[in-house]
Design a protein. Structure first.
Lengths: 446, 265
């Protein structure tokens, strides 16, 4: 009977697939298709995400500028005529406003544009930052008073929005920041070449700005805040994490206590970051009385968050060093510590480095814990002021700055939030690329 | 045991280097080595043979306390080298391992230069006062490892770039560089081709001039070729120990005979 069954099974030709084979092959083909479909959807989403981010954020790197020849009138800026810096400082930015008006009126007259606008309305096309820019220039070089100097000022955000198609003539009826006449003037000035869109470096290097002048806001200061936090994280999390991993992996006895520690480290890696934020608030600020909004506190909180990542990746790379290397070192009479530090650690270093960089990248993009410890400081003073203030003074961080901008009402900030995301992504991608390169470069084959 | 007395009678010229008495090894609840008594002589090659899992490697690793690195492993009994109990509380295994070198089954050079591979032991034990002395130690170790002529022009090349047989001889050179008195070899030829095996076996024969060599091997031919004494392990017991010639030609225990003739193992 078994013989008969066997012959029945092998009866068909090999050139013709039997029903079972056909079914199996179909199942396999179906499974492959599911996989390809999943990956395609993923890639599509990624593409949409990138296109959206770049499409909306790229505008933030360009800004509208107005070129003006400003006469630095002596009777307005230095009434005594002695170029005494103390006297010149007494003139506030309001004192510079008439200069702008005059400059604008002269400009319009020179080009020959017909407009009913007053000088004040014309000057409103400039950013509220323009007077401050002018004042800074005069204070830095008082000898220029009496001359006529050509400036490139930021245009106010509505003008910028008009050039970027964010503001159009149909929906400005209720907008008290801009009128149709002003837009006519803008059109005329564009034609004359006095208004143009240019790359705006100060978006990358500058400080945040108040709600009234989104055109002046930049990521620079929050980048410094993030940089300080990363320094703290690197200085604390790397040595503590690596030391803890080496002890746990190489020295600690394997018993229920170390098992519990291991489980808890894995659990910590999965704890929501906002929990670390509230822990930081309770311990570092309320109990230890460290200052609010300081990069030091942010760094400490992010250290707590990054430690499990570093410990897990370090232990994995220590584990991947073949035991034969440890045997070899012990075999020639090296102590445990010598075998670890002379042989195991150097071999695990690329993996440790990769894990650390990925941990840092994760910390760099973390927002929630920073909100709880107030790392959303509004810093409007430009570097190097904010650099000098260092670890203990209030600052912001890149993701927190993006969050702040996204919250604000003016759509001009919305664009800057997207632009900030581009900068943050560039950092993250760079860090991850470095991690991948290091791994490729130093990966060892046994 | 009767076998032991026979062995002691048979060799009178060499002194006993390693003396093991009632050695028991446990892996957790598993009794891996049972009541092993053996005397290993100086300037002799002693081979441990036996089927897989018989405990020969485990016993070998007791001699330089490499088993200490395994958490669940417990060793009882008495192992003496030159009359000193190596499991005494006062003994630091690190010092012991400088005296008892080891060569492993798989060639395991450090992923460093050939020079650094050999120089590592002398460096950490402070055997050289300066670079010239270290160079000398490295050269003599590589010569004793019978690999000097092949690598003398590329001492800075990575040790992992050598062929399997060369790597194993490099590992032997590394082991002898620390001036050990005993060399333990755990199946040193199992990962090598026949030509490399022949070279290593020749080397083992030369090493006998200076060291007490203990070699674990799966190959009975190899045991017959290189060793003067042979110990046969079976299921954690030392079944028979004696002159190699005698073990292979006229074994006393029937288990030994079965193994040698291929009926067990």
């Amino acid at each position: 009977m078994t013989d008969m069954a066997d012959t029945a099974r092998h009866k068909g030709s090999l050139l013709v697939q039997d029903a079972r084979t056909v079914k199996r092959n179909r199942a396999e083909a179906r499974f492959k298709m599911y996989g390809i479909a999943a990956i395609t959807i993923g890639m599509l989403m990624l593409a949409i995400l990138l296109v959206t981010i770049i499409g909306r954020g790229a505008g933030a790197f360009q800004q509208t500028f107005i070129t003006l020849d400003v006469p630095l009138l002596e009777d307005k800026l230095d009434k005594n005529g002695n170029r005494d810096l103390a006297d010149i400082k007494k003139v506030s930015t309001f004192g510079y406003a008439p200069l702008m008006r005059t400059a604008f009126e002269e400009k319009v007259a020179a080009i020959g544009i017909e407009t009913k606008l007053s000088g004040k309305d014309m000057a409103n096309l400039l950013s509220k930052d323009a007077a401050a820019t002018l004042r800074d220039f005069v204070l830095s070089d008082p000898s220029q008073i009496g001359q006529t100097v050509s400036f490139t000022f930021l245009a106010q955000s509505r003008v910028d929005g008009y050039l970027k198609d964010r503001v159009d003539r149909d929906n400005i009826a209720n907008d008290k920041n801009i009128s149709a006449e002003q837009l006519d003037l803008v059109d005329a000035l564009i034609e004359a070449g006095s208004i143009e869109k240019k790359f705006n470096l100060s978006f990358i290097t500058g400080a945040d700005a108040s709600d009234a002048r989104p055109e002046a806001a930049g990521m620079g200061v929050s980048m410094i805040g993030s940089f300080f936090m990363m320094l703290v994280v690197l200085a604390l999390a790397l040595p503590i994490g690596v030391a803890a991993s080496i002890y746990l992996e190489e020295f600690a006895p394997k018993n229920w206590i170390t098992d519990i520690i291991e489980v808890n480290i894995s659990n910590l890696a999965a704890v929501p970051s906002i929990v670390f934020g509230i822990l930081g608030l309770a311990v570092f600020i309320n109990y230890m009385h460290l200052p609010n909004s300081a990069p030091l506190v942010g760094g400490l909180v992010l250290t707590l968050m990054t430690l499990p990542t570093i410990i897990i990746s370090t232990r994995a790379s220590l584990k991947s060093v073949p035991p034969s290397i440890r045997d070899a070192a012990l075999g020639v009479g090296a102590s445990k510590m010598q075998s670890v530090f002379h042989h195991v650690l150097p071999l695990a270093a690329p993996g440790i480095l990769t894990g650390t960089i990925i941990g840092l990248a994760q910390a760099l993009g973390e927002t929630a814990p920073l909100l709880l410890i107030g790392m959303v400081g509004f810093i409007a003073s430009n570097p190097p002021d904010s650099i000098a203030e260092g670890l203990m003074s209030p600052n912001s961080a890149m993701p927190a700055q993006i969050y702040e901008w996204a919250k604000r009402a003016d759509p001009a900030f919305y664009e800057r939030a997207w632009g900030g995301i581009i900068i943050l992504l560039v950092f993250l991608i760079t860090m991850n690329a470095i991690a991948v390169l290091l791994r490729r470069r130093f990966e060892r084959r046994w | 045991m009767k076998d032991n007395t026979n062995a002691e009678n048979a060799v009178s010229t060499n002194t006993v280097k390693i003396a093991a008495r009632d050695v028991q090894v446990y892996y957790g609840d598993n009794h891996a080595i049972k009541d092993v008594n053996v005397d290993i002589e100086d300037k002799t090659v002693t081979a441990f043979i036996g089927p897989s899992g018989c405990g020969k490697s485990t016993f070998l690793r007791c001699i330089n306390r490499m088993n200490d690195t395994i958490d669940v492993c417990r060793v009882q009994g008495d192992i003496r080298i030159d009359g000193e109990d190596i499991y005494d509380r006062a003994v630091d295994p690190v010092q012991l391992r400088a005296k008892v070198g080891m060569v492993f089954q798989k060639p395991n050079p450090f992923p460093k230069s050939i020079y650094d591979n050999v120089a590592y032991g002398p460096r950490i034990h402070g055997l050289a006062r300066n670079k010239a002395e270290l160079d000398e130690i490295v050269e003599s170790a590589l010569r004793r490892g019978a690999i000097w002529n092949e690598v003398k022009d590329r001492l800075n090349a990575p040790g992992t770039g050598l062929s399997g047989g060369q790597q194993q001889r490099l590992c032997i050179a590394r082991a002898v560089a620390t001036e050990p008195e005993v060399l333990l070899m755990d199946e040193p030829c199992s990962a090598l081709d026949p030509i490399a095996t022949a070279q290593v076996e020749e080397l083992i024969d030369e090493l006998r001039q200076n060291y007490s060599v203990v070699i674990v091997t799966h190959s009975m031919q190899q045991a017959a070729r290189v060793s003067q004494k042979t110990a046969f392990f079976h299921l954690g017991n030392l079944v028979e120990f004696g002159e190699t010639d005698k073990i292979f030609t006229a074994p006393e225990d029937e288990r030994t005979e079965s193994y040698i003739t291929g009926r067990i193992g």
